[in-house]
Write a protein that binds this ligand. Sequence first.
Ligand SMILES: Nc1ncnc2c1ncn2[C@@H]1O[C@H](COP(=O)(O)OP(=O)(O)OP(=O)(O)O)[C@@H](O)[C@H]1O
Length: 259
Amino acid sequence: MNTPEDAAPPAVLEAQDVAVHYGGVKAVDGFGLKLEAGRICGILGPNGSGKSTFLAAVTRLVPLTRGRLMLDGEEYHNTPAASLAHRGVARTFQTVRLLPDLTVLENIQLGADLRAGGGGVKQWFRRTAVPEAVEEAIERTGLGAVRSARPGELSYGMARRVEIARALATRPRVLLLDEPTAGMNQAERREVSQLMQKLRDEGLTQLLVEHDVPMMVDTCDRLVAMKSGELVTEGAPAEVVRDPAVQEAYLGKRGRNHA
Ligand SMILES: Nc1ncnc2c1ncn2[C@@H]1O[C@H](COP(=O)(O)OP(=O)(O)OP(=O)(O)O)[C@@H](O)[C@H]1O
């Protein structure tokens, strides 16, 4: 479903009437949203409502049954997932995917190289200098002190921060985060929220999928509520969470990480 919008910032990324069906399972069924430049949009919805499938569709990891995907008004629903980094789209996943034998810096650098298609492992082994974008990502995420640590030496919250840094090292314009605070304690969740708001203030457009409703209200500029693959409602976070349809669909049933 398209989401009519009258706010000033232009849409960097727009999804219209997106459907992803797996046989008879309508994981996403006519959902859409606009990501406005320099803002954080959150998708709220109970388990199984289609949030991750929608992110997979937007990042071209699953084919669309129907719908349109646009970056800066230009259709990209035939662009391969591997080319999206070049178009300025980066994402993080629900689970931490770091290589245990590499340092934080190496994980960020290798991940960024592979995603950007910059020659991959061969080029990485030939490197003598750390690319500016990698240094910048480490600085933006406050990981300087642990740049030489291995993932096993990091707290869970720090390891997840490395995932965000790796996505940032591709210098995206749009960052999509799939449950970045899953498994974190309250302090770590607050830190992720603060990091996202700092990145927003630096101009980064973000889409957040998360179960922690208070964190979403604190972090997002707008919320889009989803249920059974469809749009329930959207708008300012405080209004969306008060909406009776959202209360019934989501807030009555606690998400697994909802504090
Ligand atoms: N590959 C698949 N094949 C068949 N059904 C799938 C597949 N992936 C997801 N589904 C189904 O699609 C629906 C939406 O799942 P999805 O994981 O997108 O929801 P979600 O909102 O991200 O859930 P959660 O909050 O638990 O991560 C669910 O009913 C799920 O079982």
